[in-house]
Design a protein around this ligand. Structure first.
Ligand SMILES: [Zn+2]
Length: 251
């Protein structure tokens, strides 16, 4: 079985009855566990409600840099952090690709959420885009995962030394993603997890379609080729990595 370690289940593609179908399609494809990430603070409670309804869904809660300026303490309350289905803080981080004129506010939001994660002893799921230097400088004293990792080996090396995991998304399957495949070839297999980031970045052969958790199998397939492992061997390793990254799942 596989875990989609990062998908957004509060988006429109999962509204109403569609969520049941998305979860059933994932199960039918051996994707038996889903970790729903939040980016917007207002998604946190809906995400937790979904996890309460389905026993194979867990949540990471956090505020994406897109919402810099918000006060995370208003949302990441003790009730949220102590919820048995909330297994990490994310997605949080820095995005200088989307916006470069509010770095100070992005850094403030990021640092505040890292402090919350340290206090709650929860792992973090990190979004970083065109911000490798600041991300590396700030991201200390916590454990977690570089979500949808597309940065180069330089940042990978730094974060490997700090004990981080690296999540491969559908981008790993893209024809023009040779450099990312090379980076994942160098990352030890026991530090890798897989995700879809649904509804974004559908892997080959689903490019252009709405991405869904079941598609994580395509990313795992490409990873098994890169690592020269049988799928069942890789799935066993990925399962152990997922539980090591998010120990609250097994509690
Ligand atoms: Zn995401």
């Amino acid at each position: 079985m596989l875990t989609d370690t990062h998908c957004h289940l509060t988006d429109d593609y999962c509204s109403g009855d569609k969520l049941d179908e998305v979860i059933a399609r994932a199960r039918d494809n051996g994707v038996a566990r889903l970790i729903c990430a939040t980016s917007d603070a207002n998604d946190m409670i809906p995400a937790i409600k979904i996890a309460e309804k389905y026993d194979n869904i867990f949540v990471t809660t956090g505020i994406h840099p897109e919402y810099a300026g918000m006060n995370p303490h208003e949302y990441l309350t003790d009730t949220v952090l102590n919820h048995p289905r909330v297994v990490g803080i994310g997605e949080i981080g820095l995005d200088y690709h989307e916006r470069d004129d509010n770095r100070t506010a992005q850094i403030k939001l990021f640092e505040e959420q890292l402090e919350i994660a340290r206090g709650a002893n929860l792992p973090v799921a990190i979004h970083t885009r065109d911000a490798d230097n600041d991300t590396a400088a700030i991201l200390t004293g916590v454990r977690g995962v570089m979500h949808c990792f597309t940065s180069g080996w330089e940042l990978a090396k730094i974060m490997l030394d700090r004990g981080f995991y690296f999540s491969a998304s559908g981008i790993l399957t893209f024809k023009n993603a040779g450099e990312i495949r090379e980076t994942f070839a160098k990352i030890p297999t026991d530090r890798i997890v897989v995700e879809t980031d649904s509804p974004f970045c559908a892997p080959v052969p689903y490019r252009g379609k709405t991405c869904e958790p079941f598609m994580v199998r395509e990313t795992a397939r490409v990873l098994s080729e890169i690592k020269n492992l049988q799928m069942d061997e890789l799935e066993t390793i990925l399962e152990q990595n997922t539980l090591n990254l998010y120990p609250k799942i097994a509690q």
